[in-house]
Design a protein around this ligand. Structure first.
Ligand code: PMP
Length: 377
């Protein structure tokens, strides 16, 4: 990546994740360009929208129907509305540290306790019951306490937004069972993990099937599109008009063409092993440099999207333990790294793409070494 002054960067921010195939993937961009040559929007379904839905369903394996949208934020809201319609219940369960978009009923401040924005209708947060994540007993207790009132349970099945924390063995399975038992719609928010931690996302990686799931980012080579996928018995409520989900630009030709071309690339030449190799080597290289310079830099997570911070090396398994880490020091270090040509998020996520190779790995580690050597952390 180059800035206006001609400085180059190795980019591990990837536009907050979508450039999973690298910037400006030529195949995806050509497919979008070709498709748009005939027109871009028709106010009705285009054949590419159907093909995109078919690609998504076959990549996921469990989903039967799809609705394309523009943003993850919007697809999450469609999922919650659908769950309410299907259950006739209003409230939903969400988790500390999980991000589900910027709207009033899901946006919380850093402490996780209140609204995060001026102008936000904080009262809407009362529609949800907030629990610590990775604790199945907390879910069991909340479902018992609010029996018959909970429409949905929504989570990032791997909590990338706060620390890249993986689910404990058996946690997702237990939550799946509890949701089934209580008639609660299980929603996986896979806007980050979808098509990234595996073609089938976290559901495939951990072998647990939700009722609905949201996707975006890695699904379309950087083009603006999101999706809600799910079981037909729920999703068909959109088709009948019982549940509204609208949007002028939903399912546009460019969005659908980008999804088709991206999923075709991800299936014909899967980059997952290459990305995992790069991410694993990068994580190990960062730890080596931390030892060399005697700084408490730590990493954890999955190689496609890991988290770096300062603090003890023991794995963090819960959002509350993130408080033991020095996130502010890391945010300052991310700014130092930018000066050395490594572009990362101040909040700690390192996204790895299919375009990162041995050359980028070597350059990155050299630059981090220089940054630690000359500027410290
Ligand atoms: N859900 C998750 C898990 C996300 O990480 C994000 C965005 N970072 C969203 C939803 C919202 O997506 P968007 O920014 O496309 O609205």
């Amino acid at each position: 990546m180059w800035d206006v002054d001609g400085n180059d960067y190795v980019d591990y921010l990837l536009g907050q994740g979508p450039s999973f195939l690298g910037h400006a993937n030529a195949t995806v961009n050509q497919a979008v360009h070709d498709a748009c040559g005939d027109g871009m929007l028709y106010g009705n379904s285009h054949v590419l929208e159907v093909e995109a839905a078919e690609r998504i369903c076959s990549a996921l394996g469990w989903a039967e129907m799809v609705r394309l949208g523009l943003t993850g934020t919007e697809s999450v809201q469609a999922a919650l509305r659908l769950a309410r319609a299907a259950t006739g219940r209003r409230r939903f369960i969400r988790f500390e540290g999980h991000y589900h978009g910027w709207l009033d009923n899901v946006l919380v401040d850093a402490a996780g306790t209140g609204p995060a924005s001026a102008g936000q209708v904080g009262a809407q947060l009362a529609d949800s019951v907030v629990l610590p994540w990775n604790d199945a007993e907390a879910v069991a207790a909340a479902l018992a306490e609010h029996h018959g009132q909970i429409a949905a349970l929504i989570m990032e099945p791997i909590m990338v937004n706060a620390g890249t924390i993986e689910p404990r063995p058996g946690y997702l399975q237990r939550v799946r069972e509890l949701c089934t038992e209580h008639g609660v719609v299980l929603i996986f928010d896979e806007v980050i993990s979808g098509f990234r931690v595996a073609l089938g996302g976290a559901a495939a990686r951990y072998g647990v099937t939700p009722d609905l799931a949201t996707y975006g980012k890695a699904m379309a080579g950087g083009w603006p599109v999101a999706a809600l996928a799910g079981h037909a018995h729920l999703m068909e409520r959109f088709g009948t008009g019982e549940v509204n989900h609208s949007g002028t630009f939903n399912g546009s030709v460019m969005a659908a063409a980008a999804v088709v071309a991206t999923i075709d690339l991800l299936t014909s030449d899967p980059p997952y092993e290459r990305i995992a190799e790069h991410g694993t080597a990068l994580m190990a290289g960062l730890l080596e440099l931390a030892d060399k310079h005697q700084v408490p830099l730590r990493v954890q997570g999955v190689p496609m999207a890991f988290h770096a911070s300062f603090g003890p090396r023991e794995p963090v398994t819960d959002h509350r333990e993130l408080r033991n880490l020095d996130l502010a020091r890391y945010a300052r270090f991310a700014e130092v790294l930018a000066g050395y040509g490594v572009w990362v998020a101040g909040r700690g996520i390192w996204y790895v793409s299919a375009a990162h190779g041995p050359r980028e790995l070597a350059t990155t580690l050299e630059r981090v070494d220089d940054a630690l050597n000359e500027s410290g952390a």
